[in-house]
Write a protein that binds this ligand. Structure first.
Ligand code: NAD
Length: 514
């Protein structure tokens, strides 16, 4: 952590960032700042303010004030803002993809993919007039009509990770906004530029000032948000350890909470699978974005020795060909990992697994990074003969070291998947309907693929893992977000023309049968 004056004084090219509060840039009052790096070069590219509780309080108060007018804005008008935002997001794709790549490290084409998924979330939120419709019953008893309406919660906060600097913040917040809430986003301190870029788009789209704010920072800002009396709901995406903490702490402060954590996603390859198709599918889903996706395939699980021999040999050859490079290198299959610490963690996992008896099939520990040798590069690594007791199998590894765990049959594979602490995604590659059916029925995982390598649901379906990959009952994307960001009020209404009070008061429990 550094004082801003010190950093800016020494390096004028480092951009000083800000928060976005009340429709404008805000410096805040903090004395704490952190560097933002370009992982492809290791260069410091910006200095990010770390909000204090007072900065957070300012954003929440502004959001609370803006909420009262925004909730009364007809939903069709709120949707108009989303339409404009959608167009602006599409028009800004090239520039935004560079912003993402520069601070996150993912390739430009991968960044464009994430933006397109963000647009999908906006597309779904545009259905708000339909999704927000309530329910109505006439004459439920004695001239009484009963109806339920969905009302916004108030100020909600979304706390996002580094690995999807645009898709996750947009997916978390757009439905919240269109439902009539105001949002305070706390993006990852590693990728603040992308969130500030989105803020500009919302402003240009005509979102009223204060309805959307960004406070930059770390744990101090998060703690102030999740305990603030005026914050009604907390939507979190990040690592499991932090997700669990957020869930417990925010629940203790009576917030509605959905906290999405990490994953360890298996691919089961059955003996009847099309092996070339399985290898191709594994490659992109396992190593894309330098394996820094919560739905990245981590474990290849071939069933039977023959399947394993053929699959590993074909995979090994293809993994050896993968190219790591700078985010703007069009030849690169994937970019660097996010920080030097992240790189060190992945290296340690590989080395520990080798000590425990794993077999190194492809060694990517020391890739040729050319002129970018200060970037946080790791080449694609493949380890075979990993066993379920090894740390590298039990932990989420957020970098391009992927493993093969050999099993004898489908039920052994299902048992291992079910015994794992994570339950985000899983997939089976097979040509057998009965095997696929048994698998999809028995696995204890939230998102399941059959011959689909990354089973991320489309924007109008619910997204979310099971077990320690998600804390709280709600999903991200899909119809569940409407439930999460609204509360239901049920109204029983009678407009009698003549009241007959001769009977006096009724003390029996009201029923429409009497
Ligand atoms: P992270 O948990 O380190 O950070 C996420 C957010 O929490 C950031 O905004 C960060 O500032 C904040 N934070 C970090 N430590 C905190 C603490 N001690 N107290 C309070 N707040 C804290 O996660 P990350 O490294 O940015 O992202 C990668 C992780 O996110 C991976 O585990 C990945 O699987 C997971 N992820 C999950 C999903 C999903 O949908 N399940 C999606 C994307 C990423």
């Amino acid at each position: 952590m550094n004082k801003l004056d010190h950093i800016v004084g020494e390096n004028k090219s480092v951009e000083k960032l800000h928060h976005f509060i009340g429709g404008a840039k805000s410096e805040g009052k903090t004395e704490r700042f952190g560097p933002v790096y370009n992982p492809s070069t290791g260069e410091e590219i910006a200095v990010c303010p770390y909000a204090t509780a007072a900065d957070v309080n300012e954003a929440v108060e502004v959001a609370d004030k803006a909420f009262h007018a925004w909730r009364k804005t007809p939903v069709a008008k709120r949707v108009e803002v989303l339409f404009k935002f959608r167009t602006l997001l599409i028009d800004a794709t090239e520039e935004l993809a560079i912003t993402i790549g520069r601070e996150n490290g993912k390739t430009i084409s991968d960044a464009k993919g994430e933006i397109s998924r963000a647009i999908e979330a906006v597309d779904f939120a545009i259905n708000a007039p339909h999704l927000l419709k309530g329910e109505h019953s006439s004459d439920v008893g004695g001239n009484i009509n009963s109806f339920s309406i969905k009302q916004p919660l108030g100020v909600v906060t979304c706390i996002s990770p580094f690995n999807f600097p645009v898709m996750v913040p947009v997916a978390m917040t757009t439905m919240a906004l269109v439902c009539g809430n105001s949002v305070v986003l706390k993006p990852s301190e590693r990728v603040p530029n992308s969130a500030l870029f989105i803020s500009e788009l919302w402003e240009k789209a005509g979102l009223p000032a204060g309805v959307w704010s960004v406070v930059n920072g770390d744990k101090e800002a998060v703690d102030a948000l999740i305990t603030h009396p005026k914050v009604m709901a907390v939507s979190f995406v990040g690592s499991t350890k932090v997700a669990e903490y957020i869930y417990e702490e925010a629940s203790r402060h009576h917030k509605r909470v959905a906290a999405f954590g990490g994953g360890k996603n298996h691919m089961i390859i059955m003996p009847d699978a099309d092996i070339d198709f399985a290898v191709n599918s594994f490659l992109g889903a396992a190593y894309g974005a330098a394996s820094q996706r919560c739905m990245a395939l981590s474990v290849a699980m071939p069933v039977g020795e023959n399947t394993a021999e053929v699959f590993v040999e074909k995979l090994r050859k293809r993994v050896e060909e993968l190219k790591v490079g700078s985010y703007d290198n069009e030849e690169a299959d994937f970019g660097p990992v996010i920080t030097q610490q992240s790189k060190d963690n992945v290296l340690k996992s590989i080395e520990d697994s080798l000590r425990e008896g794993a077999k190194l099939c492809v060694d990517g520990r020391d890739p040729d990074a050319g002129k970018n040798n200060n970037g946080y590069y790791l080449g694609a690594t493949l380890l075979d003969n990993v066993t379920p007791e090894m740390e590298i199998y039990r932990e989420e590894v957020f970098g391009p070291a992927r493993i093969v765990v050999r099993v004898n049959n489908l039920s052994e594979a299902i048992d291992l998947v079910n015994d794992h602490e994570f339950g985000n995604g899983v997939t089976i590659f097979t040509q057998s309907g009965p095997a696929a059916r048994e698998f999809t029925e028995k696995v204890e995982v939230g998102m399941v693929g059959v011959n689909v390598p990354i089973p991320i649901p489309v924007g109008y379906h619910n997204f979310g893992g099971w077990k320690r990959s998600k804390f709280g009952e709600s999903h991200m994307f899909g119809p569940d977000t409407v439930r999460f960001f609204t509360k239901i009020k049920t109204i029983s209404e009678r407009w009698p023309e003549n009241t007959d009070n001769k009977k006096g008061a009724a003390f029996d429990f009201p029923s429409n049968r009497n």
